[in-house]
Design a protein around this ligand. Structure first.
Ligand SMILES: Cc1cc2nc3c(=O)[nH]c(=O)nc-3n(C[C@H](O)[C@H](O)[C@H](O)COP(=O)(O)OP(=O)(O)OC[C@H]3O[C@@H](n4cnc5c(N)ncnc54)[C@H](O)[C@@H]3O)c2cc1C
Length: 539
């Protein structure tokens, strides 16, 4: 790589990020014969699965589904030992993929892209890294991730804390032993809920500081049944195709056929009990057609889970605090757990409500809420991410005509299909905002985006074209469509990271496309088939 004083290194395409999206982009663009270079801030591949090493971290989509489909040999030869892969197992898998397809040689690790600037005359992006190195390419692919910018705690007094603190999204590689310690976990989203039962088994005492009670369902993780693995592998190609015909990009769950309100109370209870016993979030949300569409229907499912919480947690006050009352089930990321609610029956675990009595400051000896002080040896911040836009906005993306991403997304993200932005030609996003990304099985979505981008680059090359950029009108229409689709559902009722509500000052805009993977892919395919409708193509 060049330094600022020498000529920039030249590539056909620069890829930012080497998570599952960036890795597949390297593989796919190389197949087109393009000279590619990827930059990755981490010391290795894997993205999410490299950074999130907290205890209990695992995927909540079954691993036979949450894996690459692009190589049948790969999916046949890989053995997933459990129903849901653990973080170490998924990271081992991603490393295997990087080795098997020789992807590392095009990646510069420990290198963060700080700036990406377009010269519109030459249609060239110039990328500068935190190492001061500079590279240019006609195309820039942002595979920077939706959940890759940890929300750093900004409580007053944090620097004075005498113990150790950790963020689940930046977990130490050699692990943390909480044995004999007084631990505080702040945050009860997915990372908190996954880690709390394990930390509780080690800690002398665990205080869980909860602002919002979230819905969590049992994962029912089990060792992979050999007959299930055999059957799945025998049908892999068909199952992968079938996944595109589902709302969340996950096959194998029968689509619901009736409204929750058309079922009797007894019938609903039987259905929810069966899903509860089966484990998994898709299966539960597929109980009825309208759980994410009508509040009355949703309430039947929400109340079922609240009843389960009350039946599990022995202390009625704690149980009531754990019962979500701020949003319909499924409108925030639905969590899967192993023994989460049971953990509150342990003598060494205390739930603290920080919605009514917020944390005021971190002190040298622990933390202070509005009404009490807590002595802590370690604090775990399970406070999530600046989701969906954070990683892109951390890069100074601009054009020589003065357009900046800062301004472009000042009131929330604006994209066409979640893949490109008007005013920023030749800059692609993998699972950008206003795509189904986080509302889907994300490896499938990464593959679909990268395939679309690769086909687009092939098209440009075949036609002797060098520039592609969305029309502003097409982008406006897509943003409006995304909002209209969301407004037809219950999703906007929740203050969630889908709307930026977890980041103070972030514009409140519902960011994912929730019209489903099928409708979205159809639209993407049609746009391409019509010669990239809604895009301006130029030499
Ligand atoms: C704890 C956790 C559990 C999850 N579980 C599931 C699940 O069960 N199912 C599911 O579908 N999805 C899940 N997800 C979502 C997950 O993020 C995606 O499934 C998938 O891993 C995203 O891959 P990616 O390549 O798009 O992004 P990432 O994996 O986030 O990778 C992006 C990479 O880009 C790098 N990067 C960002 N900015 C820069 C920069 N400026 N310069 C250089 N490098 C940069 C980052 O370091 C990172 O390595 C989970 C996410 C988390 C956090």
């Amino acid at each position: 790589m060049s330094t600022p004083s020498s000529e920039p290194a030249k590539f056909d395409a620069i890829i930012v990020g080497a998570g599952v999206g960036g890795l597949y982009a390297i593989y796919r663009l190389r197949k087109l014969g393009l000279k590619v270079r990827a930059f990755e801030a981490a010391g290795g591949v894997g993205g999410t699965w490299y950074w999130n090493r907290y205890p209990g971290c695992r995927c909540d989509v079954e691993s036979m589904e949450y894996s690459y489909s692009f190589s049948d040999e790969l999916q046949q030869e890989w053995h997933w030992p459990e129903r849901y892969g653990t973080q170490p197992e998924i990271l081992r898998y991603v490393n295997h993929v990087a080795d098997r397809f020789d992807l590392r040689r095009d990646i510069e690790f420990n290198t963060r892209v700080r700036e990406a600037v377009l010269d519109r005359n030459t249609n060239t992006w110039t990328v500068t890294t935190d190492k001061g190195s500079v590279a240019t390419a006609r195309f820039c692919i942002m595979a920077t991730g939706n959940l890759s910018t940890p929300r750093r705690p900004n409580y007053p007094g944090l620097d004075s804390f005498k113990g150790k603190w950790y963020h689940t999204g930046l977990w130490p590689h050699d692990g943390v032993d909480f044995t004999g310690l007084r631990v505080g976990v702040i945050g009860t989203g997915s990372s908190g809920v996954q880690s709390i039962p394990i930390i509780a088994r080690q800690a002398k005492h665990l205080h869980v500081f909860q602002r919002t009670a979230n819905f969590s369902l049992p994962a029912r993780n089990v060792p992979m049944p050999p007959d299930k693995e055999r059957a799945h592998k025998a049908e892999y190609p068909e199952r992968r195709r079938a996944a595109y015909d589902t709302p969340f990009g996950i096959a194998g769950y029968p689509a619901p056929v009736k409204s929750a309100l058309d079922a009797s109370e007894a019938e609903r209870q039987r259905a929810y009990e069966a899903k509860w016993a089966e484990g998994g979030s898709i299966s539960f949300l597929y109980s009825y057609t309208d759980l994410l569409l009508r509040q009355e229907a949703n309430e039947t499912a929400s109340e079922f889970v609240r009843r389960k919480i009350r039946a599990t947690v022995k202390d009625p006050k704690t149980a009531e605090l754990l019962c979500p009352d701020s949003h319909p089930i499924g409108t925030k990321r639905l969590i899967l757990d192993t023994d989460y609610y049971e953990t509150y029956n342990r003598d060494n675990v205390t739930l603290v409500d920080i919605r009514s009595k917020p944390i005021e400051e971190i002190t040298p000896a622990g933390l202070r809420t509005a009404d009490a002080e807590y002595a802590l040896d370690a604090i775990v911040f399970a406070t999530g991410f600046d989701a969906m836009t954070g990683a892109m906005k951390e890069i100074d993306i601009r054009t020589d005509k003065g357009a900046t991403i800062e301004e472009k997304w000042a009131d929330g993200p604006r994209t066409y299909l979640g893949i490109m932005m008007a005013g920023f030609p030749n800059l692609f996003m993998v699972t950008g905002p206003q795509s189904p990304g986080v509302k889907s099985q994300m490896i499938l979505s990464c593959e679909q985006h990268v395939d679309w981008i690769a086909d687009c680059l092939q098209h440009l090359r075949d036609k002797g074209l060098h520039r592609i950029e969305p029309e502003k009108a097409a982008e406006d229409a897509w943003v409006q469509h995304t909002n209209e689709v969301a407004d037809g559902t219950l999703y906007p009722l929740a203050n969630s990271w889908y709307t930026g509500a977890n980041i103070p000052g972030k514009p409140r805009v519902f960011m994912p496309y929730v019209g489903g993977v099928t409708a979205y892919k159809k639209k993407c395919d049609e746009v391409a088939a019509r010669g990239y409708e809604g895009f301006m193509l130029a030499v």
